[in-house]
Design a protein around this ligand. Structure first.
Ligand SMILES: [Zn+2]
Length: 114
């Protein structure tokens, strides 16, 4: 675990071994824009697949841990909540352009140290 990751900041060298900061609005925008561009280029597509990186190193920044309601106290549950909030925000953004076809398909993570 890198020091930068513990502080909730990722460096380029962390990118392949950590999850993104899913509470960061830029991460939502970039992810949605990528999926929208795929739909623009391939109108035959009906889903966009968004998955976690194959690692269990999650962002634990204050913003990510604050997404879940207070009654969810366990850290892993709070992180999971932040991920589903992220997926919903990406889907909402995509649905602005593709309201009838924009579907997010979740992919599985092996949840390993990668
Ligand atoms: Zn974060």
């Amino acid at each position: 675990m890198s020091r930068s990751w513990k502080q909730g900041r990722l460096t380029a060298s962390d990118a392949n071994h950590s999850q993104p900061c899913v509470s960061n609005p830029d991460v939502v925008r970039i992810t949605a824009d990528f999926a929208i561009a795929r739909f623009d280029e391939h109108p035959e597509l009906s889903t966009a697949s968004i998955g976690m990186n194959d690692t269990n190193r999650f962002c634990e920044c204050r913003e990510c841990l604050a997404v879940a309601p207070a009654e969810i106290r366990e850290k892993r549950a709070r992180i999971a909540y932040a991920f589903f909030d992220f997926y919903n925000k990406v889907a909402d953004r995509g649905a602005e352009k593709y309201p009838d076809t924009f579907v997010i398909e979740l992919e599985d993570s092996q949840d390993t140290d990668g």
